[in-house]
Ligand binder design. Sequence first.
Ligand code: PLP
Length: 381
Amino acid sequence: MPPPEVLLLGPGPSPTSVLVRAAQAWPLLGHLDAAFLPILERVQQRLRDLLGTTNAFTLPLAGTGTSGMEAVVGNLVEAGDRVVVGVHGVFGQRFAEAARRRGGDVIEVLTEFGAVPDPAAIVQAVAAGPTRLCCVVHAETSTGVLLDLEPVAAGARAAGALFAVDAVTSLGGLPWHADALGVDAVFSGTQKCLSAPPGLSPLTLSPAALRRVAERRTLPPFAVDASLLTGYFGADRAYHHTAPVSLIYALSAALDEVFAEGMLAREQRHRAVAASLRRGLDVLGLMPLVAVADATPMLTSVCYPEGIEDRAFRAHLRKVHAVEIGGGLGSLAGRVFRLGLMGHGARPENVLRALAAIGDALSAQGRTADIGGALAAAREG
Ligand code: PLP
């Protein structure tokens, strides 16, 4: 029995298009098959173009965004390395924890969840000692805050540290220029603004990052060892692990859609639906956690009014309206809900459906909600 159709407006996965779903059902080939390798090669080149890099080491790593994070710290952190992590949400906390588990001497530069990090504070921490790696999260999905990468990249470069960015939620929603920024390691996920199924982590490492891997005293973990991955994702196409062929088909179709639309239009679409959502939320009396200038356009965290119960609210959306949204994480649990308008899901009709469902869920908890007014406001502009 197939599962029900649910509109995925949470923090991921996002909805997939018919073409992406159809591509996932293409005939399975061996991951070393001569008919599959050109598809893989094209995906790798598309990822380079999307990330704004010429890095030869650019590939769809098997596993979700978490695997990409493990690959970055697994290759670039050794015991005793000084690692500075900008932490402004749960995913920054995870980045720090992942680096600690590789033996890194981790310095966390903390920002209250929902507040905007000060890039200068991160740069100062990097410059305060011989730092191997500086890590940040671009679009913090746990809060909806977007970090300005440019000053952190410049500071890390000036201090001689490698710079690594979690672009799980930003890639495919906002333009990326890894080489121009001077980023040494970027990882993402397929299930957010790329709108492919979860299970792959686009990953790129700069030549400087690969030099660092070559100079390690100890070997990286086998599954994510950059040298071994190069064996399959480079010219040799040698076996390292069995690549998830069907997911790569789906990613290939998703990337075709991204390039057919163009990143500027895609960014504009994400910003337009986020603005429309905010206009509607305002009429419903709901406040976003983050001001629009600092917010991720693809994910909006919304504060619950006093007395609204998180679990019942989200259950109402899922059960009555077949709409999935996310709850708060960490210190924001129970205080906010998170609404993602990502990739294929970032459409005006989804904003209207979300607002109607949210208004109804507020009514179910005894609030008056001007749903008609919210829909009208969302349509303006
Ligand atoms: N980093 C960020 C910013 C995320 O939003 C997520 C997932 O939501 C992750 C990392 C982890 O990715 P995954 O859940 O695909 O392993």
